[in-house]
Design a protein around this ligand. Structure first.
Ligand code: BES
Ligand code: ZN
Ligand code: ZN
Length: 482
């Protein structure tokens, strides 16, 4: 299915179906009010009604804002996907809602059928977006066209991430993730450098090696970079790439283990961001560092009671082998800072179940020392279509990471504030000069869901891509103004 902007009013576009969004108050003024009323259409959020004879698909929205449009557009495109229509057209609902409209259409159309023996291809192929606003006025075409094209690129990157995260652990192992990164690099003229076991050993990355030791699929550190000419900024992105997290010897329960293929979602988000940034040709140098490992068990597995030597010299007492992501990130963050002197350092990780307890399953937990960065991300959350909330560090929780035998313990000594103690654990691996440039994003909740929500179906959501690109675009527009 493709989205196409047409610089022409709605009436002059030829399509099977016209999609119309209505609020309750717009419904009263609708030309088909009586017909809609008879059919029981009340324009409640996400209610849809197809008038086949008239070629109209009505979608209810609570108010005319981004969230309502994104959600209703998702319902509309799912209805069209299941139909035998081949095309549809949609007006604009104010230019500021256009990205949300594209999100609903492109992200709502997504489904994952790689492992289904019978595929059900959709007949639906084209979605035309007009420059006509819903009230009949015409919007300025050039910015609208650019916005639609750019948002489509971002949404396709989100779908790329979803495909990777949904892929089973048998098909994406750490070496396979390295190959996928190399392929992405080839296709997008990026650089890609992979460190295997020996190279990791030479770099002193013993925490990451310990996590991956019990698996037959050995760890890899993957460095993918996009280096445009005359970049305005340099940004390093670090991703947790646990291609499977069984918990190790601190074994997960059978129910908690299901869906742990998603523990690579941070790594996949980093790849998706690189894909989007390079396709958008943003003037930012972006380095992606992925710590890829599989947390398994065998006779040589790392154990609770072990003390690990990390790359930056900090020793870590292992008290729970299921808190493995922070060990992989510790070494990957240290390596990223050694390799690149960046203006910003962000990490993405499905790090803690505690983050879901704190914020619910839909919201990204953001942590760090910079209030400026936290405010910037809070501000771009709504336009990005992702939910973000800040979890504050504090000195009392920091004490819970104390170890009697090593420099720090890999888990907090008390069961509360687990998302924050995990974030504060990572802080030990951030160089002094980088503290104000670093942000940690815990995406354990929003990265994956077994119940569809918003524009997301069952499974992976592609969390991380939209808010990061939105933040980058704001950064660049501010640089232009300065
Ligand atoms: N990958 C998990 C975190 C997670 C849990 C992600 C649920 C998505 C859904 C992580 O490695 C983990 O197991 N964390 C432990 C930490 C604990 C042992 C301190 C957790 O959250 O229970
Ligand atoms: Zn774990
Ligand atoms: Zn994990």
């Amino acid at each position: 299915m493709n989205i196409k902007f047409l610089d022409t009013p709605l009436a002059s576009i030829d399509a099977d179906i016209t999609v119309i969004f209505l609020t309750e108050s717009l419904l009263k003024d609708s030309t088909h009010y009586e017909l809609l009323n008879k059919a029981g259409f009340k324009a409640t959020q996400d209610q849809i009604l197809l008038l086949h004879e008239k070629g109209l698909l009505y979608c209810g929205i609570e108010t005319l804002n981004r969230d309502a449009i994104r959600s209703a557009a998702t319902q509309a495109i799912r209805c069209l996907k299941a139909s035998n229509y081949t095309s549809a057209k949609v007006a604009q609902y104010f230019a500021k809602n256009t990205p949300a409209l594209v999100d609903g259409l492109v992200l709502g159309f997504y489904s994952f059928d790689t492992y289904k023996s019978k595929k059900e291809p959709s007949a639906f192929q084209h979605c035309y977006l007009s420059n006509e606003n819903f009230d009949g006025t015409l919007l300025e075409s050039a910015p609208l066209q650019e916005e639609i094209e750019q948002r489509s690129i971002v949404c396709h990157a989100v779908n790329y991430v979803r495909n990777l995260v949904n892929t089973i652990p048998n098909d994406i192992t750490p070496p396979a993730l390295a190959e996928i990164s190399q392929k992405l690099a080839q296709e997008h003229a990026l650089n890609c450098h992979v460190l295997d076991e020996q190279a990791l050993n030479a770099q002193g990355m013993h925490a990451m090696l310990a996590v991956g030791r019990a698996s037959v699929h050995k760890p890899r550190l993957i460095h993918v970079s996009y280096t445009p000419e005359n970049p305005q900024r340099v940004i390093s992105l670090v991703g947790k790439g646990l291609t499977y997290d069984s918990g190790g010897l601190s074994l997960k329960s059978p129910t908690s283990m299901v869906s742990m293929k998603m523990d690579k979602a941070g790594a996949c988000a980093v790849l998706g961001i690189l894909k989007a940034v390079s396709e958008l040709r943003l003037p930012i140098e972006v380095h992606g560092f992925i710590g890829a490992a599989e947390n398994m068990l065998n006779g040589d597995a790392y154990k609770p009671d072990d003390v690990l030597q990390t790359k930056n010299g900090t020793t870590v007492e292992v008290r729970n082998t299921d808190a493995e992501g922070r060990l992989v990130l510790a070494d990957t963050l240290a390596y990223a800072q050694q390799e690149v002197k960046a203006d910003y350092l962000f990490d993405y990780a499905t790090l803690t179940g505690a983050c879901m307890v704190a914020l619910g399953p839909y919201t990204v937990g953001m942590m760090g020392h910079s209030n400026t960065l936290k405010h910037q991300f809070a501000k771009i959350a709504t336009p990005s279509g992702e939910l973000l909330a800040s979890l504050p560090f504090n000195a009392h929780l920091k004490k819970l990471l104390k170890s009697d035998i090593a420099d720090i313990s890999n888990v907090g000594s008390k069961p509360y504030g687990g998302a924050i103690t995990a974030g504060m654990f990572l802080d030990n691996f951030i160089d002094k000069g980088m503290k104000q440039k670093w942000m940690h994003f815990d995406i354990a909740g929003p990265a994956y869901s077994e119940t569809p929500w918003d524009c997301h179906p069952y499974g992976a959501t592609g969390s991380g891509v939209r808010f990061t690109i939105e933040w980058m675009r704001t950064l660049l527009s501010q640089a232009d103004e300065a």
